[in-house]
Design a binder for this molecule. Structure first.
Ligand code: ATP
Length: 449
């Protein structure tokens, strides 16, 4: 983990937030390469969950959330972790994360009894500071999918099964943020709420577990580093009938990367008015505040029913950490030297191609290299970088370290002889001469697959 954190900072992937003021605990910023990697991971998820299916629509809802949403969702009452205080050194801990009843900081066993601590952040809304004018920062993106269920259903007329997908920020006031970007207070989630006929929920749950494992594999996560954890009944969240966690072997241990829950009709049922005639199976509080019926009407029988929902919910930041951990390799070369290489899948690489002029002061070479960069950029594959540091060997090493799959070098032969460039492959380190006329096709094939 220390090596990854150091590389992340040195190469501009991830920084401690507000670093120059000593940081803000559990909050990180993504730098020039981090933002590309993160966007690429999110784009890969969106492609698989929305574009490659015809039964899922997207959504981008607000972060500030009406407290009623989080009251009826059950978060106000139950979204808590057990907090203990050390009476000796005053530090605070999550009781369920302590191996024994002892303060990890000072070793004292003089701890308070655990008490529930609500993880939601509150913020004032509008200029009047009173207890009625507040909103929550959403603790999961899911709730806005449920509260928009009718809006989306009315505007797209879907048939079951269908899903609504969303990627966005979520906030949790974690008692002990730790392990770099693994447990943070501000993070992003990629969530799908997939609505199904009651009775078909268990089959769909299995389907989504398999789909999600396959997807993580496509992001370069080795299946040997993934494990499924079937959450036992006494550990299930209040809304869940069954949850399967996708666990990943992070540098600090085996922990949750994604949770796939069967949320039944709990959420749609909870946010619905006039629930009595709807046959809701989950135990829901009567709701007099909602003005919506989050249910679908069968066109033939005219019967209303609340769909069940299967939720694959993945953390973007945990995904970035997993993908970086998988990609990170230190190799010993034949000549005995070492190289650090981030073997990202090309679709995730922050920079797809670096275009390097052999001589940075040679007008002909520089113009040619800049032209190649512009042409490759137009392919829409992601970031193509023109970089004229002049030292090609060092350029290759630097791009190995940030995972750039291809480096293109423009030299005298390019401009004076045959209009070919050297293309150097990150993984094999092979260098091949390719005609500039064939370069776009070659790059497309290597990067887009
Ligand atoms: P944990 O048990 O690790 O606290 P959780 O079960 O509370 O996680 P969920 O509510 O299932 O997490 O959230 C879905 C996903 O959101 C998680 O699988 C994880 O990838 C991500 N996530 C949740 N909390 C955090 C956090 N504090 N920092 C980063 N990612 C998080």
């Amino acid at each position: 983990m220390d090596e990854l954190v150091a590389l992340a900072k040195r190469r501009g992937f991830i920084f401690q937030s507000s670093d120059i003021y000593g940081g803000l605990q559990g909050v990180y910023d993504y730098g020039p390469l981090g933002v590309e990697l993160k966007n690429n991971l999110k784009a890969a998820w969106w492609r698989a969950m929305v574009y490659e299916r015809d039964d899922v629509e997207g959504l981008d809802a607000a972060i500030l959330t009406n407290p009623l949403t989080l009251r009826y969702s059950g978060h106000e009452a139950t979204f808590t972790d057990p907090l203990v205080d050390c009476r000796q050194c005053k530090s605070r801990w999550r009781a369920d994360h302590l191996e024994k009843p002892q303060c990890p900081s000072c070793g004292s066993t003089d701890l308070t009894d655990p008490r529930p601590f609500n993880l939601m952040f509150k913020t004032q809304v509008g200029p009047v500071e009173d207890s009625a004018n507040f909103a929550y920062l959403r603790p999961e993106t899911a709730q806005a999918i449920f509260t928009n269920f009718k809006n989306v259903a009315d505007s797209t007329s879907p048939k079951l099964p269908f899903g609504i997908a969303q990627i966005g920020k979520a906030f949790r006031n974690e008692i002990t943020p730790r392990n770099f970007i693994f447990r943070v207070r501000e993070f992003e989630q990629m969530e799908l709420e997939f609505f199904v006929e009651p009775g078909e929920d268990e089959t769909w749950h299995d389907t989504w577990v398999a789909e999600r494992l396959k997807w993580w594999g496509e992001q370069g996560v080795n299946e040997n580093n993934l494990e499924l954890y079937h959450v036992p009944a006494d550990e299930l969240a209040h809304y869940s009938k069954a949850t399967v966690d996708v666990m990943y072997r992070f540098p600090h241990g085996l922990e949750e990367l994604e949770g796939i829950a069967n949320r039944t009709d709990f959420d749609l049922g909870s946010h619905t008015k006039n629930q009595a005639d709807l046959n809701i199976s989950a135990r829901v509080e009567p709701n007099a505040d909602s003005n919506a019926r989050l249910a679908l009407q069968n066109t033939e029988s005219k019967e209303w029913r609340v769909p069940y929902v299967i939720e694959p919910s993945a953390g973007v930041d945990r995904g970035v950490l997993a993908v970086m951990n998988e990609a990170y390799n230190v190799e010993t070369l034949e000549n005995g030297s070492e190289r650090t290489v981030m073997s990202f899948k090309p679709h995730l690489s922050p920079i797809k191609v670096a275009v390097l002029p052999l001589k940075r002061n040679h007008e002909g070479i520089v113009d040619k290299a800049r032209g190649i960069k512009q042409d490759l950029q137009k392919l829409g594959l992601g970031r193509i970088l023109y970089e004229d540091t002049g030292n090609i060997g060092k350029g290759y090493r630097r791009h190995d370290e940030v995972g750039t799959p291809l480096c293109v070098t423009v030299d005298f032969q390019t401009i004076e002889e045959d209009d070919t460039v050297t293309v150097r492959d990150r993984d094999s380190m092979d260098q091949t001469r390719i005609a500039v006329a064939d370069l776009a096709d070659y790059v497309k094939e290597q990067i887009a697959g």
